[in-house]
Ligand binder design. Structure first.
Ligand SMILES: [Zn+2]
Length: 124
């Protein structure tokens, strides 16, 4: 299997085929913008996960949001899935922030600490 570096080098030579992404200048098929965005997000984090309850504009108990989780997008997806199971509810992942339906702050704090994260309850 070719290493990531080899794969990237291969891409440079194949840019004359097909269309190129105007932002990252990679062929559209292998656009790395999402990756770069993910990387930029990770660089702004301080390693502390913030748990917040948000009710504005939402019915009932609102949602519990988890922001600042120092994980890449695929890992965040896996974590969101796990946390939804822990709480027995639905949720979503939006721009690096996990949203869990309902107020599950204590449960989520416990679950994240179990995973080894530093957690802080913030706001509401
Ligand atoms: Zn791109």
């Amino acid at each position: 299997m070719a290493s990531m570096k080899d794969q990237l080098r291969g891409l440079v030579y194949s840019t004359e085929h097909g269309r190129t992404c105007p932002q990252c200048e990679q062929p559209e098929d292998s656009c790395i913008c999402d990756q770069l965005q993910d990387q930029a997000r990770l660089e702004t984090l301080d390693g502390i996960v913030r748990i917040r309850r948000e009710t504005s504009g939402r019915k009932g108990k609102g949602v519990t949001t988890l922001s600042g989780i120092p994980l890449s997008e695929p890992e965040l997806k896996a974590l969101a899935k796990k946390l939804k199971k822990v709480c027995g509810t639905g949720g979503a992942l939006k721009e690096g922030v996990i949203e869990i339906q309902g107020d599950h702050r204590d449960k989520l704090k416990l679950a994240l600490e179990k995973e080894g994260f530093k957690v802080k309850l913030a706001g509401g």
